[in-house]
Design a protein. Sequence first.
Length: 503
Amino acid sequence: LYWNFQQNLNAFKMFFEHIFQKPLTGYQRTWARRFLLSKSFTLVAPTGVGKTTFGLVASLFLALNGKKSALVFPTISLAQQSFERLEEFKAKLENANTVKILLFNSLMTKSRKEEFEKRFLSCDFDILIITTQFVSKRKDVLSKMFFDLVFVDDVDAILKSSKNIDTLLQMIGFSEDEIEKATERLRTKNKENGQDTVSNGSKNKGMLIVSSATAKPQGLKPLLFRELLGFEIGRFTFNIRNITNIRIKKKSKEKLLEIINILKDGILLFVNTEEEGKEIVKFLAENGIKIGTTWSNFDEEFELFKEEKLNVICGVSSYYGKLIRGIDLPERIKYCIFWETPRFRFSVDMDKAPRFVLERVFVEYLEDHPKLKEYFKNVEILQTEKLRQLVLKYISAESYNKIVQEIFSHLKITDDGKLVIPDVPTYIQGSGRTSRMFGMRLTKGVSILFEEDDTIFESLKSRLMFLLDEEWMEENEVDFESLMEEVKESRKIQNNDFYQIDT
Ligand code: ADP
Ligand code: MG
């Protein structure tokens, strides 16, 4: 799973660079990952960050792999322009002359129209470029076709008609019946049966990618997207983040103090145990650092941190820890420091280990499936077999086995016979506090990890690459000054922040 994905991602990056002569932007890399995992999603980002370009390249990438796409634009001129850009991209590739791009333009001459009609009806294209209006007008034909990808540029226009939503869903393989049932479930808001509805999404369906700069649609029909595809327009179902990860190999208190003195303020410090935390906090406080902790009087100390009376706050890094989950303070929190990778350590009992690992797999999986997560909120201990069966309702046995295998390849057994696993979800959650959507912008964060063990570090790093495509730097590669400047810059209020996105 990991290698395939990594290979595809690299192939896509190279493909993009080859035709565009520039690397993917941060946003585009996030979308690429999502796209290669064949997930439907929303590109919510301000104008000008590369949404349309991404859609064009993605459709060309699929076309070369024998897959069909439809690109839907709000106006004829945008459709025309995209057609021209795609033709340019195509010209840069040696193996793309066979890719057939079909453009609809209502201003075409009669004979061109007839030609279009013939090709359209016989599906003689790899990429179909149409307008929102065309979707309404030709819904009868479109709804019977199948597309591996439907990319809707500027979804706000198309959402004005709820019938359009049905058509888009049918274009990626949902039947009228499935749509009807999902609508009914939404109408009756039958929460008890909620968990049954997440499932349909991925199997034998195409992908729907919609782009929007604001995305705040109203009404029942847009909810269908969430119901059937597991995403909701105008919300982020996964975290977009902009974080620089830095590893410091030698775990020394003096180094920690030095780093805190460089960064100065807005720092979360994660430790693995309270005991260890107390010792470190004592050392830092004695050296003049204004530091609070979560284990004494959290609410009070957190208030002080908020008011900038404390510069650092220290907490234990556990998945449901107060610092890991509870807070969302994009202006204040700029840096986090992990005093060791969050990890599980337990005596090697191979009967127990797999179960434990499965639970972790499941926790990660839940992150992607809010409905399921809600359902399992109160289930603390999951029996392996039960868990397996539950998960298998939602993903194929093949994917399940691959994920388990992938996780197992990152286990480490220490000399004293302990089994150690980095707690990757906790690292992601914890570091994620430093990079949030803030108005229209994404704040820049920095996560510093003290980790002496190379196996643990490599395992964390590769998991993170897989999940988020995030890179790592060694301490000596870092220019703290410019990094801190970037962190600061991303938190400045700008005029366009009046257009707030509802996260
Ligand atoms: P959006 O649809 O989000 O408004 P576009 O795809 O139209 O953004 O891109 C905006 C501009 O940025 C275009 O001029 C495009 O050529 C350029 N652009 C897109 N992707 C990249 C990239 N990866 N690197 C540099 N420039 C890019
Ligand atoms: Mg655009």
